[in-house]
Structure formats: C-alpha cells, structure tokens
Design a protein around this ligand. Structure first.
Ligand SMILES: Nc1nc2c(ncn2[C@@H]2O[C@H](COP(=O)(O)OP(=O)(O)OP(=O)(O)O)[C@@H](O)[C@H]2O)c(=O)[nH]1
Ligand SMILES: [Mg+2]
Length: 326
C-alpha cells in the first residue's frame, strides 16, 4: 500500500462567500456559518481523507484585500506567506466576481499552487448572470472550479482538483503584474537578493515588491520570518500603483467572463427610459402629467372633499351627541 501523505490546504476569499460551508462539507465539521454572526476570525482546522491521503484544511478569515493591517488580513496574509500550503483554494462569489477578483489577483502575486473555486453559482443564476469558467481559467492561469457549496455533490471536482494541485499534476501560468521599466528592474534586483533566503521565486517577487512599497508592519514581519537583511529605499506610491493595476485587471477580466443573460429586466427599463426621455414622446407625456397634477389640485380634489363634507353633515348630530355626553 502506498504511503499516506499529508497535505495542507488553505481556504481563502472575501467575507461571506461560503468558505466555512465548503470547510464543513469537506471535513464533516461544524464550523459556524451564517451572514454576519458566522464571521470567521480565527483559523479553524479540520481534516479529510481522499484516495488514502490526508488533507488538513484551514478556514482563513474572509478579507477583501491582503494589503492592510487589520487582524483578519494579517492572519490570512501570514498564512499564505509563511505556511507553505500545498494548495490554496480561493473561494469567490460568482454573483459579485469583480470585487472577489481583486483579492484573487493579490494572492496570485504571492503563490502558484492555487485553485479558484467560484461559489454561489445558484445566486448568480438567479441574477441572470453566467460566468464563463473556462475563459476565467485562461485569464487567470490557474484551475477554476464552479460549485454550489450548499450542494455537497458539486464539490467532487474541487476535491479532485485539490489532489492534482498537491501532486503537481496541473501546470499554472500566472502572469504577474508588470510595472514601468525602471521599477521593474529595481524589483528584479531586490528579488534576486530575497531569493537567497526564499526559494519560491513567486513569493520572492511579492516580498521584493512589499519591501519596495515600504509598509513597515509587513516588511518587519517578512524580514524577521525569512531572516532578510536588506536596506531598501521604498518607491513612492508603489502600493497605490499596485492596487490600481490589480483593480483595472479585475475589471477587464470580469467584462470578458461575466455575461448577463436575463436582460429583459434591463431592456424593459431601457424602453421606458427611451419613451420618457425622447423629444417626440417625452415632452407630450410631461405636459399630460403636469395637466393631470393641475386638474387634481383645482378640480379633482373637490370630489373627495365633497364626500367628506357629506359624510360629516350626515353624522354630525350623532357625533355631537357622543362628544357632549362626556
Ligand atoms: N445560495 C447559496 N448560499 C450559500 C452557498 N454557499 C454558502 N452559502 C450561504 O452563504 C452564507 C455565508 O457562508 P459562510 O460559509 O459562512 O461564508 P464564509 O466565507 O465562511 O464567511 P466568513 O467566515 O464571514 O468570511 C451562509 O448563509 C451559507 O449558507 C451557495 O452555494 N449558495
Ligand atoms: Mg467562515
């Protein structure tokens, strides 16, 4: 019998995208799930067995980014940076892909052994959205798997893909964010220095960029963890440039892969808009509308007030009687 291997799997992603639901389905555990109350802040750990191997899964806190110093972002960033997971599964919300891709792109700058798990496909369908998962895979250069986490059966392909990534059976081709020539040369120079201590060249590039961005908290931790001792002059506004590039790229990818199927709703709105705003129909409709308002204020309002006055004159005596008794 072949030796049992133990692999480390991390579940990352935006808040409330179904990470804990997937964690529970994989491990058979009962990590709390829910809208806000279920928020995962500490890392939950569990295991599952598949084809004789053991997979230890860590449910990371949900974050929108890995660039700030919030507790959640620090926990997620440290794990992805320092823990050498065999596979990182980034769970993304199909019905809100662009915002999710901002985090996906940030993690793709750090590691290679990544799977994008597009969850909540049922919610996306309800909104009339269709995600081209194959095209998303081509655009990102890593395996993409679509799931509906609430339905356990849909997780089969994810489990298979995790196995393949852990066994290096899948090739990735992630394109790193590129900067202007001078900045790029500087990054490569620092990366070479970092690679003396960090063998993973993808991570070494990310560390070089973080060193050049100059966020002291991140830099301090990285230097400490990897024993790096380089003096570097930070590049002004590099962090902002990085964010801008990532956001631009996410928007571009989303435009390519998200198709709106249920356009009837939008089309109906568009038609009403056209009728109300064109000169031919819009102006007569506006005049009609104003005439109606005018008529209501001058003539139309007399009808309800006449009814009220008839009502009160009919019951005046009774009402007077009741009031005078007291
Ligand atoms: N409709 C639908 N709901 C889902 C799906 N997956 C998860 N949910 C629901 O989405 C909500 C959030 O799920 P969680 O698993 O708690 O999300 P999370 O990513 O762990 O959230 P944080 O820990 O706060 O980051 C829960 O109410 C789930 O039941 C899905 O595929 N479809
Ligand atoms: Mg959770």
């Amino acid at each position: 019998m072949a030796n049992t291997k133990k692999y480390k799997i991390a579940l990352s992603g935006n808040p409330n995208v179904g990470k804990s639901t997937i964690f529970n389905a994989l491990t058979g555990m009962h990590q709390h799930t829910g809208n806000w109350a279920g928020k995962t802040v500490a890392n939950a750990r569990g295991e599952y067995k598949y084809n004789n191997n053991i997979y230890e899964v860590v449910d990371l806190p949900g974050t929108y980014s890995l660039m700030s110093n919030s507790e959640e972002e620090e926990i997620a960033r440290d794990y992805i940076c320092f823990e050498n997971a065999d596979c990182i599964v980034i769970v993304a919300d199909a019905s809100n892909l662009e915002r999710n891709l901002n985090l996906v792109k940030q993690i793709l700058e750090m590691q290679e052994n990544i799977i994008i798990c597009v969850n909540l496909l049922d919610e996306a369908k309800k909104k009339g959205m269709k995600i081209d998962l194959n095209m998303l895979e081509q655009e990102l250069g890593v395996p993409v798997v679509g799931v509906i986490a609430k339905k356990r059966k849909t997780l089969k392909k994810l489990i298979d893909t995790i196995e393949k990534v852990c066994n290096f059976e899948l090739k990735t081709s992630i394109e790193s964010t590129k900067y202007d020539k001078n900045v790029e040369n500087y990054i490569i120079k620092v990366q070479r220095e970092v690679e003396r201590n960090v063998k993973n060249s993808k991570l070494a590039r990310w560390i070089a960029i973080k060193l050049l961005e100059g966020n002291e908290k991140i830099v301090g931790k990285i230097k400490n963890e990897f024993n790096i001792d380089i003096k570097i002059e930070p590049i002004e506004n590099l962090a902002e440039t990085t964010i801008e590039k990532i956001m631009e790229e996410s928007e571009k990818i989303c435009k390519k892969v998200v198709k709106l199927e249920k356009q009837n709703y939008n089309k109906r709105d568009e038609k009403i808009d056209k009728i109300l705003t064109s000169k031919m129909t819009g102006i007569p409709i506006m005049i009609l509308f104003l005439t109606l308002v005018f008529w209501i204020t001058i003539v139309g309002a007399n009808y309800p007030s006449e009814l009220l006055s008839k009502f009160f004159s009919r019951y005046r005596r009774k009402v007077n009687g009741i009031l005078c008794r007291h």
